[in-house]
Design a protein around this ligand. Sequence first.
Ligand SMILES: [Zn+2]
Length: 219
Amino acid sequence: MTARICAVPNCGNPAASDYSPHCKRHKSALRRHGAPDQRGITKAELAPFTARIEARIAKNPDSEAWTLMEAAWATIVAEAKSTASHRIGNRYQRSAANEIAAIALDCAPGEVTVTVLGMVLFWHDRPLRFASDEALRVQIARRVRALSQRHVGLRYEHRTGQHVRVYREMTPKAAGTVGRKLLTAFGGVGLQLAALDERDRKAEQEAKLRLATALSNLK
Ligand SMILES: [Zn+2]
């Protein structure tokens, strides 16, 4: 029997099993993060991007855009609740619906939309940080889900006699489905907001350049 090697370039570790194209570590990353070579987007990494979204909202507090987006999230939640309670759709759709319903229980709609829009800005500015489209969808789902405490449980550790927080993972298919719904609803808006940021950045640069030119022309 020949030992299989992980399919990720330059990994070189043995495959997790005869049926797995990936080693243990990359198999786990594929399940959790949507691609074998995807690292999770952290809250700290996302923070500058959500800050830009929040700044845009603060600049336009009365814009109907934010209310409409919260309404779009409310529609996603209503659909999810209906899927979850009527037991329609397949197992994966129901699992995604349950995730969305759980997120909606303890997250403000504004938090959800800012997080998704921030992720779209992140993707726009640093596309290579996402290994694939599926990885993008999964990372969006994970960041939004992390806003909720619903998936964090406690487990009693006999060894230490203490309760430890445990993280209940989403199934890969549910994560992909949740991410797809959020990206469909908010992806276009996120890209438009990215274009506005670029416009502002250019205007700022031009102003700096004009000032520098004016200064160099002083007598
Ligand atoms: Zn590997």
